[in-house]
Design a protein around this ligand. Sequence first.
Ligand SMILES: Cc1cc2nc3c(=O)[nH]c(=O)nc-3n(C[C@H](O)[C@H](O)[C@H](O)COP(=O)(O)OP(=O)(O)OC[C@H]3O[C@@H](n4cnc5c(N)ncnc54)[C@H](O)[C@@H]3O)c2cc1C
Length: 276
Amino acid sequence: MIKYLLKVNDVKEALIKKKENPDYAFYAGGTEINRLNSNLKFEGAISLEGLGLDEIKVTKDGVKIGACVTLQALIESKDIPDYLKEAAKFCASRTLRNVATVGGNLAFGSDDSYLMPTLLAAKARLLTSGLTSKGVFTEDNLPIREYHSNHDSFSNTLLVAIILPREDNRIVLSKRFAKTTHAHSSVTVAFGAKVSNSKLSEVRIFAAIKGTGIERFSEVENAIENGVFNSSADVEFAIANAINAKDDLTGSASYKKYITSVAVAQMFDVAKGGSK
Ligand SMILES: Cc1cc2nc3c(=O)[nH]c(=O)nc-3n(C[C@H](O)[C@H](O)[C@H](O)COP(=O)(O)OP(=O)(O)OC[C@H]3O[C@@H](n4cnc5c(N)ncnc54)[C@H](O)[C@@H]3O)c2cc1C
């Protein structure tokens, strides 16, 4: 449980306070910071409230989602594509959705993340701010896959916004598997691709696998792009062989392999069909 909450006036001040207080978190919705038995242990936190990070805007680059936009606000916005609304609904509790933020979900980056697999499959980009070791303020615009693959190195970086790029012919599909809607998921899997005449390119396949982490299936992506697979059964076989899963309370390793590989194979079929 945090003991102190600092109020700041802008993003730069938030970063300066974080640098001065390495044991402090950024406080967005606070749902994970305050969760009983959370692995996050912080002395205090820096509130992100009032920094203007809670807006959704349509820009020339795509839909810009402020990091402090809540999961419920995603669902209620007319500008958010259905695939992301569906991922926000993976959080079954409306009470939690009213408070939990997009930025907090990505920064937490758990092995049952509601949004990370879908945003990776969508090839979202992130706007971030940071301070160099000399205290110089920096801003960056990076692919979410870079954030995901170097997650630990971003622990002092502030997520400012998420950009969903304008891509008319990109399909994004995701699915969450859990014993009940409110239970931790065994697997949350997402598939994204550009579709042109049933040909798939820029394929992205990610799964948040409880006990393992958020995995990318690069070899399967490449094989799909290069037309190596003739059928969804080939895709299913390849994913089942590539997946790294462990037994735990959410399900056995073989169950996780099975549901992930079948789900990806079905998504491949849907994408080849060109419609959702
Ligand atoms: C009962 C319960 C069940 C849950 N189940 C799940 C689940 O199944 N899957 C799941 O993914 N999550 C789950 N959560 C965790 C949480 O609700 C979500 O991940 C939520 O989206 C986190 O957002 P938040 O704004 O509350 O983050 P906070 O709790 O405010 O912060 C979480 C972390 O993110 C960092 N952070 C927050 N905002 C930013 C930012 N803009 N830039 C950089 N760092 C930032 C904080 O420093 C902190 O380390 C659960 C929580 C509860 C209470």
